[in-house]
Design a protein around this ligand. Structure first.
Ligand code: AMP
Ligand code: MG
Length: 649
């Protein structure tokens, strides 16, 4: 998202649009003003196909429901005046009429004084009767009479015609989202078709030379197109009918052809990517040629989401979402969903919110409305909201978080301890049964998988060993996986525990030097020899690890003060180190044996690291923690760990 100079040949209006960053509210206001009011397109839909649609007109009931006075119980239709004085001591005898009213049979005989007619639940009340006696409150007297020992009041066990829905009553108002309950009401009134706002046809286009569709092989330097799928699904969730046009390279001519086709065939067009002002970003340059008035705003004071571009082409909204998946989703939900729902004749979405405490400070940029995704965990007094930011390029941050906190444009931070309002992504809070905060290891998934299969919800929040320990001390998690080496005692983990935490041994992971198989410089050497060779050869590039990682401590020990080429490349995970060597960006690095094996890399063992669990003692007897510890110790888990290349402790 670099700010380069404008392409040549723009007029001054365009320049103004490009240079102005609008507030979220102002951008929405201008976009809505350019689109509404508008006449919605209405269509008649069969009831079975109306689910999720917005009702276009008020619906008035054409009939009474129930259509006739109806018995609510199995019993006898009778006249309440006959039975007003019936008691245990003065039972009343009623002669039975020569018919029995089942559901769906119309009565033929009137109920005259001192008679009754057998009637089933749902049967129509015969002429003359005004109440029903429950069968349980009667005694048969021979085959043709009953005895009643309780008084009966007028209307007892009768549902009168129209008491549920009266003819002419407004059943549903225009703008109602049609769900199963609405469909039930309409069916009860005999309505087979309803006028609904026609689903908004939305064309979805991904842009970028690097995009490959899921299912296709991933070529070097390419990534899978995730926006196409997620944007289309989110459109369908909000009253639109998405049609995916595919991913297009950043080629002005081809993209323009696709955008024109999309506009012609749809009510709305949603692109993603290519909206920054970088040299290769072309989609926004095309918009001016597609219809009036064109770009409404390009640049909104949102984080993530600044490069959002909103346009209207001859009455049709056309938006370009930022390319980064998280930015794309936030801007879509915050700025586009309200427009889409309004066009689809649906009410605004009502998002559920909860209040939760922030365990850490959130720094925020002044002047931009900032969305911070959070994962919720249950604290000792109330919910805690963990910021789960992996950056706007991450897709998992969006799908694994429970909701988000909105930091006002005028705030530069939210201090730790703030009670914040969390908007939930789903209407329900899903507080996990087990919360694990600390260092992540692929072995951990082998312990949590059986728990998840047994129906427990497990949340793992990867914040590194030290972050996990801090969370455990504050009582914000059940356990913290850690692998911290203490130089003084030359031991792992034990010396880092504080009061209230207990160490449960996990497994051992072999750390070692990785290199491409067949690299003669490293084959057959020890770790010390390999590092000496690498330091002496300036063409040999390393990949390091981030400060604070257990692996980094080992690397620094081996390097003993040397800074070989590549030292400042410091990714944050074992997998990133392996990818670096596999893809030839580096020649060597340090990672754990299972990751090296999975990537089919050469491996020189160096030191065995202890990956253990700091368990919060006060939470040890919680069922989910007990289940975790049991699973950890189980034979199945131990052999699964072993098979994956770990050594259970
Ligand atoms: P752009 O806005 O085109 O500069 O893209 C910004 C970032 O988002 C780049 O890293 C792109 O690779 C990424 N990106 C763009 N489109 C998609 C997409 N459809 N799916 C996943 N990532 C994307
Ligand atoms: Mg791009």
């Amino acid at each position: 998202m670099t700010e380069t100079s404008l392409p040549k040949g723009r007029n001054s209006i365009d320049q103004d649009q490009f240079l102005t960053i609008l507030s979220r509210e102002e951008a929405l206001r201008r976009f809505e003003a350019a689109l509404f009011p508008r006449e919605p397109a209405i269509e008649l839909r069969k009831l079975a196909e109306a689910l999720g649609c917005g009702l276009a007109r008020d619906i008035v009931s054409p009939i009474d429901v129930p259509p006739f006075d109806r018995s609510n119980v199995d019993g006898f239709a009778a006249r309440s005046t006959d039975l007003a004085s019936a008691t245990e001591f003065a039972p009343v005898r009623l002669t039975l009429n020569e018919e029995a009213i089942a559901c769906g049979t119309a009565p033929t005989h009137p109920v005259l004084p001192e008679t009754a007619t057998p009637i089933a639940t749902g049967g129509p009340i015969p002429r003359g009767a005004d109440a029903v006696v429950m069968v349980e409150h009667t005694q048969p007297l021979g085959g043709d009479a009953i005895e009643v020992r309780r008084a009966v009041s007028p209307g007892q066990f009768v549902s009168f015609a129209g008491s549920d829905i009266a003819r002419g009553e407004t059943l549903l108002h225009a703008g109602t989202a049609i769900g199963s309950r609405e469909i039930g009401m309409l069916a009860a009134c005999g309505i087979a078709e309803v006028p609904v706002a026609r689903a908004v046809r939305v064309a979805v286009i991904s842009t970028g030379d690097e995009l490959v569709q899921p299912g296709e092989p991933l070529r070097p330097a390419a990534i899978y197109d995730s926006n196409g799928a997620i944007v289309a699904a989110a459109i369908n969730e909000n009253g639109g009918r998405a049609s995916f046009f595919g991913a297009f390279p950043d080629d002005e001519d081809r993209l323009e052809t696709a955008m024109r086709k999309a506009l012609a065939e749809s009510d709305m067009v949603v692109l993603s990517g290519g909206t920054s002002k970088g040299a290769g970003d072309v989609s926004h340059r095309i918009i001016g040629r597609l219809g009036r008035p064109g770009i409404i705003c390009h640049g909104v004071a949102l984080k993530p989401g600044k490069p959002l571009c909103l346009a209207v082409c001859d009455g049709k909204p056309l938006v370009i979402l930022p390319g980064f998946p998280t930015s794309a989703m936030f801007t879509f939900h915050d700025m586009i969903v309200p427009i889409l729902r309004r066009m689809a004749g649906l009410p605004p979405r009502s998002d559920a919110t909860v209040s939760a405490r922030l365990p850490v400070r959130i720094a925020s940029e002044l002047g931009r409305t900032e969305f911070v995704m959070v994962s919720l965990v249950e604290g000792s007094n109330g919910l805690i909201a963990y910021p789960s930011g992996k950056g706007s390029g991450a897709i998992t941050s969006f799908s694994q978080a429970d909701g988000f906190i909105r930091v006002d444009a005028l705030a530069d931070q939210m201090p730790a301890g703030t009670e914040a309002k969390v908007t939930l992504f789903t209407p329900h809070v899903r507080v996990p049964d087990l919360v694990i905060v600390g260092s992540h290891c692929t072995g951990l998934d082998l312990v949590t998988a059986p728990l998840a299969h047994a129906g427990l919800t497990v949340r793992t929040i990867a914040v590194g060993s030290l972050g996990g320990l801090a969370a455990a001390k504050r009582g914000e998690c059940d356990l913290a996986p850690i692998h911290l080496f203490d130089d003084k005692t030359e031991t792992y983990n034990v010396s880092f525990l504080s009061e209230g935490l207990e160490l449960v041994p996990g497994w051992r992971r072999m750390q070692g030097i990785i290199f491409k198989k067949g690299d003669k410089r490293f084959e057959g050497l020890t770790a010390e020899q390999a590092v000496r060779v690498a330091i002496a050869d300036p063409s040999c590039i390393m990949v390091n690890r981030n400060q604070g990682a257990g692996t980094r401590i080992l690397i620094d020990r081996l390097l003993d003060g040397a800074r070989p080429e590549g030292y400042w490349n410091q990714p944050r995970s074992h997998n990133a180190v392996a990818a670096s060597v596999t893809q030839g960006r580096a020649d060597w690095g340090m990672t754990i044996a299972p990751v090296a094996n999975a990537s089919n890399l050469g491996f020189i063992p160096f030191a065995e690291e202890h990956y253990d669990f700091a368990v919060v003692a006060a939470r040890k007897s919680r069922p989910a923690v007990e289940a975790f510890l049991e699973t950890l110790a189980s034979h199945e888990t131990r052999s699964a760990l072993q098979n994956a290349g770990f050594r259970p402790a």
